[in-house]
Write a protein that binds this ligand. Structure first.
Ligand code: NAP
Length: 470
């Protein structure tokens, strides 16, 4: 597949294979672009700005709805490609497609709601006789830099709101999984004027960095690791930046919890997408009194997962993004075992597969739970009180989402108040998101919010127009 810049396909002699992590097949190749090509995309996006700002909100909305229909028509094709490039089970890819369609729809709706407000200047000491109102204006060119784990929906979370408030976009998809995103941008380009959406493939450290530092890009919307996010925040200068970064989400399970509900939460939360989820359950913090029963039930449910060909609809656990990624998870788990943790089930790797693993007797200082482990691992940390649970939950640089399982209203509210995270769910694991909710973490998990309405706020600037009526 080639890049799309200013409505034209752009290629390069340097190319990179995109491989299926399940069987190593080369699915396609994409260009490895360099700085000149990134500049071409910046020029094309700047040239296209007027074509979008001149368009009525009604038309922008209708065009986004048309893309919704196109994506629906091609849903199965997209889902299959997604599974082949990232190794996630086909049923999970179909869910990602449904979410992507929903995200686009929300943006089509939001395109009609870019409101300003009237401002009572006469409430100010010297404002008598003035009237003012605000307008929300596009920033200009938005660079969307995105990760491999939910490549399509997470990229649509940037492109769709950007266009709905009339920004043009340059997308830098993840090198390991660029194809569904590129195919989606082709659909968008059929509907919108050339240059409204552009794709640049190549290495993040080269073309991504160029977009981040370019004065002709007005906003960086980034989803990815804390390491890259920190680098971007240091280099972006005065441009607006949204950073959706990693997570190390706790699941607090108190002794009065519904254990079956909590176990189900771990199965969905720690093993979804082979654990490669920013808001995945990465630490189970559980009261000692119920820990044995919980662990036994969790092992029983984990046994039922089916690891296999991700294109087979019976598969519930696919591969990680690469063998290398699976090796990293293997090493981290093995280190925890050397330090005294105990594997209850799983713990083995085969190529890019890593078994769903439940690991008990984990202590808060083990690397496994200090850093974000991006794999299908459910570490159990035993504690003795709600206060200790909150202390352990907060003892991390991250603060994306959290889940609390308890039947006690006061314990639920205590955790909701005191756990430092962008979202706290009660009786639901952290691995839950609707595409309209404000999503974004505290601490090193990020800056700014996504969720269409909230992303639009981050992708517009407010202008005040004041009228002297005296
Ligand atoms: P990553 O390595 O940070 O890469 C993300 C994107 O940044 C890729 O497109 C990458 O390009 C690009 N990039 C790399 N270096 C760059 C630089 N110096 N300047 C600009 N762009 C650069 O993250 P990942 O491994 O793909 O994704 C996993 C991480 O994302 C996890 O930490 C996960 O928790 C987090 N995540 C967060 C959310 C959220 O919403 N909070 C959602 C999903 C994932 P290349 O691919 O070419 O390197």
């Amino acid at each position: 597949m080639d890049m799309l810049i200013g409505g034209k396909y752009v290629t390069s002699e340097d190319r990179q294979d995109v491989k299926n992590p399940f069987n190593g097949e080369v699915i396609d190749t994409v260009p490895i672009a360099h700085l000149q090509t990134a500049q071409l995309a910046i020029d094309a996006a700047n040239d296209a700005k007027e074509s979008l700002t001149e368009m009525s909100a009604f038309k922008v909305s209708n065009k986004l709805y048309n893309v919704v229909e196109k994506l629906k028509e091609h849903k199965e094709e997209f889902a299959e490609l997604l599974t082949r490039e990232v190794g996630k089970p086909i049923n999970e890819s179909l869910v990602e497609l449904d979410r992507s369609i929903e995200t686009l729809k929300l943006a089509a709706e939001e395109a009609k709601r870019i409101y300003g407000e009237s401002v009572p200047l006469d409430a100010g000491l010297n404002g008598k006789g003035f009237f003012a109102f605000t307008q929300r204006l596009p920033l200009g060119v938005v660079a969307a830099i995105t990760p491999f784990n939910y490549p399509l929906n997470l990229t649509i979370h940037k492109i769709a709101p950007a266009i709905s408030c009339k920004n043009t976009v340059i997308v830098k998809p993840p090198t390991e999984a660029p194809l569904t995103v590129m195919m989606f941008c082709e659909l968008l380009n059929e509907e919108f004027p050339d240059g409204v959406v552009n794709t640049v493939t190549g290495y993040g450290s080269e073309v991504g960095d160029y977009l981040v530092t370019s004065p002709e890009v007005n906003k960086i919307s980034f989803t990815g690791s804390v390491t890259t996010g920190l680098m971007i925040s240091q280099k972006a200068g005065m441009k607006k930046v949204t950073l959706e970064l990693g997570g190390n989400d706790p699941m607090i399970v108190l002794k009065d919890a519904d254990i079956d509900k909590a176990v189900k939460g771990v199965i969905n939360g720690a093993f979804l997408n082979a654990g490669q989820v920013c808001m995945g359950v990465k630490r189970i913090i559980i009261e000692e009194e119920i820990a044995d029963e919980f662990a036994q039930k969790l092992v029983g449910e984990t046994e039922k997962l089916v690891m296999g060909n991700p294109l087979d609809s019976k598969t519930t656990l696919g591969t990680l993004i690469s063998e290398n990624a699976a090796r990293q998870v293997e090493e981290t788990v093995n280190n925890a075992v050397e330090d005294g943790a105990e594997i209850l089930i799983g713990g083995a790797r085969e190529g890019a597969f890593y078994q769903a693993t439940v690991i008990d007797k984990v202590t808060p200082c083990m690397d496994l739970v200090v850093n974000e482990t991006f794999g299908p691992v459910a570490p159990i940390i035993r504690i003795d009180s709600v206060e200790e649970a909150i202390e352990v939950a907060n003892d991390t640089e991250y603060g994306l989402q959290a889940g609390v399982f308890t039947e006690s209203y006061s314990n639920a509210m205590k955790c909701a108040r005191e756990v430092e995270a962008g979202t706290v769910f009660i009786n639901k694991q952290s691995t839950f998101r609707t595409d309209n909710m404000p999503f974004g973490g505290f601490k090193n998990s990020g800056v700014g919010k996504e969720g269409i309405k909230y992303a639009v706020e981050e992708m517009t600037k407010t202008k005040l127009i004041g009228l002297n009526l005296r």
